[in-house]
Design a protein around this ligand. Structure first.
Ligand code: FAD
Length: 747
């Protein structure tokens, strides 16, 4: 007892004073963002000693029979109804029958519970549906996805009053109402909390009765589904100058439901986002009056909008864009693998050239990784977690990898993917990339500020408690709270330092790992890097304190390491959940080796740039005593991965599962068929090559091939010719198309 008091007075008190003067307090919005959501596997990684058995025990994300039937029924039908080319270049919208079908089959109510008339599907089912639609059309996937992510539906499910849920959710579920969420304005993009859109609490009239309500003035832009929305979830700053609610004048960010047919709402104009045809546009309101009951969650939720939003984003960010990205991975793997197999140059399929194999392997590896991480995240969400840091990691890295795989797919296809027309199945995926990068928290901001910046505070075992203790106004309480956590942190930091040192000097050879067959060695490296990460993070907090928040380069690199550890956990979990498929091992190895190379590269950058140089040297001594040893996947792994996607095999099927192929007239179906024919005729080609005979007729006359085989070769050639063909247009057709809208003042 006496020892504890002495420790508190003699050691903790001076440390507390030091920390209080060095560390800025959390702002209200930061605090709310940190409180939103929870932690999960990210927190395990942050301990520096993750328990792999816990990861492997997480039940894999799975579909119910009903969900599977929906995926193979209405989702397949929907995909078949979509004409992306027409939408992009002619109608700039989904066709009326597609809109109707989306509503009728309740695509807008995927996450709305059954008791409100929705489908009540799991997060994984939601993700699978978006993923499949996105292999057909990104615009259609975005249209189906938005009402199920940040549309006011999710906010109402989580925070709505009973009356709001009973009225609005059934109407959203069957598409009678189309929702949109309005947060962004011209002044406030990434810094959304800086919005100037305003609501003033005042008296007014609502449906013929005098009520207390809010007079709204706003001007939003970039709002998805905004031009066709019938109900807006609007974010604005609430002021109560006449104190009608009692309390403060500035009540803070608030969310309200605003019907778009109210007087004063201006809606309908459209933006064209990267030539995608989903509905997106600006909207505004001039003195629009709504009653207080329209605040999402009722008047007692006035001022809680930011926290509600962050909390909804904590889940949504983990599903929507990662599902689009996983779709891009699978789609690129299928189409590029097949194309590289059927397209020949220099008398060889281009997939046989090492330069092409490097790109195809990167597509295949990333597709495997993306889907593993997506499934792991959905499993966590379906267990009831709302892991905000993981959602940020997924949004950021899934969309970055989408950019990588689609760029690689474009390069491998050459001119075939550059030339626009109905036969180009990649163009729209390519144009959609910046949308994914920018929305739901633009990637540079997410990488620089959110993954580690906020992740460190919420996922670290002790940091948040320390910051809260430091911010406690009552000094005695602050000292007691700080003392309670500081020494646990010190103990943890010492253990982490020893772990990082031991695992660094032994190159992870004896680091903990489950018995995972051929993958065991990967877990050992993961344990090594997790310890090094936890140690480096603690050193960064200790030496930089609150300054770390402003060191975006350092924060981003630490975030990259945490992200790699999470994504690689997803790949390892996938390999285990799929029954350790031997054929898939090169894909897993590709993921692990490229992830390890990135992790070591980031450590090297951190060491080289650490603000206090001696600390950098010490870090090197602890975590990379032999320097950087990982340089990415070997050439052998690259060749094996390339072979997986350029030849039919079970590993390929697992990778491209649920990609929409379509009927015989569809370009992707034609590619799939040409691929099949080329593979089937390979033995005939081999025979001809061996006999050094190029002319089929001569080969037949010499009895090398039969008539049937000659016909087989001809139909394969015909199928290939059809696939490699590109579109062209007469000047008249183009003149007809070129009807630019009248110029008008930009918003
Ligand atoms: C197609 C599309 C659909 C959208 N849908 C909706 C919607 O439905 N509802 C809605 O409310 N909003 C929507 N948005 C808005 C979207 O969320 C914003 O575009 C996004 O938040 C970024 O804002 P900004 O475009 O103004 O970029 P800015 O905020 O101007 O940012 C420009 C760049 O600066 C970077 N940056 C900013 N601050 C920092 C920092 N501190 N450190 C490092 N980098 C930083 C950003 O990452 C970005 O790269 C949509 C946008 C688009 C393009």
């Amino acid at each position: 007892m006496m020892l504890a008091t002495a420790r508190r007075e003699l050691l903790t008190r001076p440390v507390l004073s030091l920390v209080q003067s060095a560390m800025p307090r959390l702002s209200a919005t930061e605090s709310e963002a940190i409180d939103a959501g929870d932690t999960w596997w990210d927190a395990a990684l942050f301990t520096g000693n993750p328990d792999w058995d816990t990861l492997l025990a997480i039940p894999p994300a799975q579909l119910t029979d009903e969900e599977r039937t929906f995926l193979h029924g209405p989702v397949e039908t929907l995909c078949g109804m979509i004409d992306d080319w027409r939408m992009t270049w002619e109608t700039h919208d989904l066709s009326p029958d597609v809109w109707e079908y989306l509503k009728r089959e309740k695509f807008f109510g995927i996450i709305i519970p059954k008791k409100f008339g929705g489908l009540g599907f799991s997060n994984f089912a939601h993700s699978e549906i978006v993923r499949k639609i996105a292999t057909r059309s990104v615009s259609a996937a975005v249209t189906a996805m938005v009402p199920n992510s940040l549309g006011p539906g999710e906010l109402m499910i989580r925070f709505g009053t009973k009356a709001q849920q009973d009225y609005w959710l059934p109407r959203l579920a069957d598409g009678r109402e189309i929702p949109a969420f309005g947060l962004t304005s011209a002044q406030a993009g990434s810094d959304a909390a800086a919005m100037v859109d305003e609501g003033i609490v005042c008296k007014g009239e609502w449906q013929g009765r005098p009520v207390t309500g809010i007079r709204l003035n706003w001007h939003k832009r970039y709002i998805t589904l905004g031009p066709v929305a019938t109900i807006l979830g609007l974010a604005f700053k609430l002021r109560d100058p006449d104190r009608l609610l009692g309390g403060e004048e500035d009540r803070g960010i608030t969310l309200a439901l605003v019907s778009t047919d109210l007087p004063g709402v201006e809606i309908g104009r459209r933006h064209i986002p990267s030539m995608q045809s989903f509905q997106n546009g600006p909207n505004a309101g001039r003195d629009v009056f709504v009653p207080l009951d329209n605040i999402i969650g009722g008047p007692e939720r006035a001022g809680q909008g930011w926290q509600m939003l962050m909390s909804a984003l904590a889940a949504g960010r983990g599903i929507s864009l990662p599902s689009l990205s996983a779709a891009a991975g699978a789609f690129a793997a299928h189409t590029t693998g097949a194309y590289a197999r059927i397209r020949s140059q220099f008398n060889l399929p281009i997939g046989k050239f090492e330069g092409i194999q490097e790109r195809i392997a990167r597509i295949a590896g990333n597709a495997y990784l993306l889907d593993g991480a997506r499934r792991l995240t959905c499993a966590g969400l379906d267990q009831g977690h709302h892991p905000a840091v993981i959602a940020s990691i997924m949004k950021l890295h899934a969309t970055e990898r989408m950019r990588t795989v689609i760029n690689d797919a474009m390069d491998v296809h050459g001119g075939k993917a550059v030339i626009e027309g109905p036969n180009n199945y990649l163009g729209n995926h390519y144009r959609a990339i910046p949308v994914g990068i920018t929305v739901e928290g633009a990637n540079i901001l997410t990488r620089s500020l959110m993954v580690f910046g906020q992740g460190a505070i919420r996922s670290h075992p002790y940091l948040l408690d320390e910051i809260r203790a430091v911010g406690t106004d009552e000094r005695g309480q602050a000292l007691a709270d700080f003392d309670a956590v500081l020494w646990k942190h010190v103990g943890h930091a010492l253990k982490t330092a020893m772990r990082a040192f031991a695992r660094g000097w032994t190159a992870g050879l004896f680091a903990p790992a489950p018995n995972a067959g051929r993958a065991t060695r990967f877990y050992r490296q993961m344990s090594r890097y997790a310890a090094a990460f936890a140690f480096t993070s603690d050193i960064a907090f200790l030496t930089l304190g609150g300054e770390l928040k402003r060191c975006e380069l350092l924060s981003a690199r630490l975030g990259d390491i945490l992200s790699e550890l999470y994504l690689l956990s997803g790949a390892l979990k996938r390999w285990e959940d799929e029954g350790r498929q031997d054929e898939d091992f090169p894909l897993l190895a590709w993921c692990m080796e490229s992830g390890f190379a990135t992790i070591e590269q980031r450590f090297v950058e951190i060491i080289a740039n650490f603000p206090a140089r001696p600390v950098g040297w010490m870090l090197r001594l602890f975590i990379l005593p032999y320097g950087r040893r990982r340089h990415g996947p070997s050439d052998r792994i690259i060749r094996q991965c390339a072979e997986i996607v350029t030849e039919p095999c079970a590993a390929r099927e697992r990778l491209i599962d649920n990609v929409f192929i379509g009927g015989p007239d569809e370009p992707v179906a034609q590619l799939t068929e040409a691929f099949r024919l080329m593979v089937d005729t390979q033995p005939i080609h081999d025979r001809l090559r061996k006999a050094k005979v190029k002319d089929w007729k001569a080969a037949r006359d010499r009895g090398l091939i039969s008539d049937a085989e000659m016909a087989q070769l001809a139909s394969a050639d015909e199928a290939v010719a059809q696939v490699i063909a590109v579109d062209d247009f007469s000047p008249e057709e183009l003149a007809d198309r070129a009807k630019p809208p009248l110029a008008h003042a930009a918003e």
